[in-house]
Design a protein around this ligand. Structure first.
Ligand SMILES: [Zn+2]
Length: 270
């Protein structure tokens, strides 16, 4: 009986030891798996965070196939968002610069016809530098109109070109033509059943664009020099003054998106 008791105790003790050993082994294995998983998760989160950080503020530009930038005058698309146009192109989008007027009133001493010819050549040169196409609408600089036929004209451009993104002037602006341009594009957006995403940009902030509080930014540092080269094709406009306005704007917008140079936008809500 005693032998049986001792044998049983020994057996139980042995089983407990084996069980403990197995549990310990299992526990070590589980810890190893969890640690490895946590390590991999940590590396994945870090890489994801880094990738998102590098693209901060610009993920909204991706996926667009065709972009129209509609400006009231030659030089408006380029100064407003030349860097973003170049970035969109680098992301694979087709970009078109649309000019509501041809700057007919923009060269002192020249007739409307003479100025139109000069400024269209300058705009085409600017577009060539950026590698984008140009479209000239039929409105007259300083006399842009909003009426039924002008609404139809803008809608027609949208229906022909079929963009999925359009950038134009912010509607609060000291220049009447800029306001007209903005409202025509906004109307086309509504009349085509919101067929594209509509964004507003700024030109000569404070002097022209006003009350503009952007919600989207683009780092244009790598495209800044090309942007300047493009808008300086508008030789008749004495671009020194315009550059003096836009350089600090780009520095400010760059600071806001942690970049050397930036451009900023507001998206129209549905
Ligand atoms: Zn303008």
């Amino acid at each position: 009986m005693l032998n049986f008791y001792l044998l049983t105790k020994k057996k139980i003790s042995r089983n407990v030891t084996i069980n403990l050993h197995i549990k310990k082994k299992n526990s070590t294995f589980a810890r190893f798996i969890i640690c490895n998983f946590m390590k991999k998760l940590f590396i994945f989160v870090c890489m994801f965070w880094l990738a998102m950080g590098l693209q901060a503020g610009e993920h909204w530009l991706k996926g667009y196939k065709k972009v129209l930038v509609v400006g009231a005058h030659p030089d408006d698309p380029e100064t407003m968002c030349g860097g973003t146009m170049l970035k969109l192109k680098s992301l694979g989008a087709e970009v078109v610069s649309v000019y509501l007027t041809s700057g007919e009133a923009g060269i002192p001493g020249k007739s409307h016809e003479e100025a139109r010819a000069i400024r269209q050549v300058e705009a085409k040169n600017a577009c060539e530098v950026m590698g984008v196409r140009s479209i000239f609408m039929t409105q007259i600089d300083g006399n842009a109109e909003v009426d039924k036929s002008r609404y139809a004209e803008m809608k027609s451009i949208i229906e022909i070109e079929k963009p999925d993104m359009v950038i134009t002037h912010w509607p609060i602006d000291s220049h009447r033509d800029h306001r007209v341009c903005s409202i025509l594009v906004y109307d086309a957006w509504r009349q085509t059943g919101y067929s594209f995403d509509l964004y507003y940009g700024e030109v000569m902030a404070g002097l022209q664009t006003q009350n503009f509080s952007p919600t989207l930014w683009v780092d244009i540092t790598e495209h800044h020099d090309k942007k300047v080269e493009a808008y300086r094709c508008h030789l008749s406009q004495g671009m020194d003054e315009i550059q003096q306005w836009h350089d600090p704007m780009e520095v400010l917008r760059g600071m806001e998106c942690h970049a050397k140079c930036g451009e900023a936008f507001i998206k129209q809500n549905y």
